[in-house]
Write a protein that binds this ligand. Sequence first.
Ligand SMILES: *Cc1c(COP(=O)(O)O)cnc(C)c1O
Length: 362
Amino acid sequence: MDTSLIDLRSDTLTRPGPRMLRAMAAADYGDDCYGENTSVRELEEHCMEVFGKQAAVFMPTGTMSNQVALKSLVGRGQEVLCDSDYHINFFEASPSSDLGGAAINSVRTPDGFLTPGIAEDALGRRARWSPVYAETRLVWMENTINGRGGRVYPLPLMQSVRAWCFQRDISVFLDGARILNAAVATGIAPRMWGQTNDAMSLCFAKGLGAPMGSVLMGTAEFISMARHYRKWYGGALHQSGPIAAAALWAVQYNVERLAEDHLNARMFASVLAESSLFVVDQPETNIVIFDVGQLNCSPDQYVQLAAEAGVKVLVWRHSEIRAVFSLTVSGSDALVAARRLVRVAETAGRRRQPELASSAVG
Ligand SMILES: *Cc1c(COP(=O)(O)O)cnc(C)c1O
């Protein structure tokens, strides 16, 4: 039996293949701080073209894209509205307030989608002229939604949120770390998603398989502010040609294959679901969340036992476990991993139900 380790913790855990490495080796070594790196410029122009945006700037990480966007679009003490599960709140609440100086108004939405109705409920009842309230400058969207198992935020809903914001002079930002997963899953072109917002980001280091990097896109005015704050935050890189070349290769050649990751996630989820030992969310893209709360072991113990059985996964929240599919996980890896995880669950067994025990007495 094949006992090689299958790592499903994240789609950031990829390695460049030979063709990406060749593109990196051929990259330019000009200094991007002087605007003289042709590989970086080529990447930025390609992204502008793909998403139909006026301007773009290469960033070292998705987190810095988020922080620079927030700093550029929201002043100190002004407010951004988001769902509480979005990366900007869930992982970045501290830098958003400390570096960004922004007030985060995070709401817990049923599906991870802000709707005009939810935004109206969160903001609309306030008299915007009142000095009591924070001034809401920005509505933040995320697609796909990492904290909700890679769910796709439907395009018409995003369009309706943008229209609602436009009427109120509120900007819209899209954290599109995995927006190309949404584009591939729905068959809706990146350009359409580009029209749902004033500014947006894309990560190259997730399912696209580049070693690092992200891009911010928007109006020329926004991008010139973003370049300014990128420098402040220490993210203006000098000879970043090789990483930009890897990112360009990824966004040219690794997009259509995201459909394989989605298929592998669905196959994996259906094997887990068949065992009926887990509660499994059917994945829309490349992330599977499954619940081990019924098992006779703690979530941490389950993850430990899974690692010993050759599958790395991680505890997401409470008793939810996350598994992510990317180009380093083949279809047969996905099936082998699912079978190993079922076996671990069978070994742990089901937790005895205290309710059943007491009702048996009564
Ligand atoms: C991964 C991720 C980020 C952060 O990207 P890093 O490159 O890891 O800093 C931001 N937003 C979302 C939705 C992400 O999934």
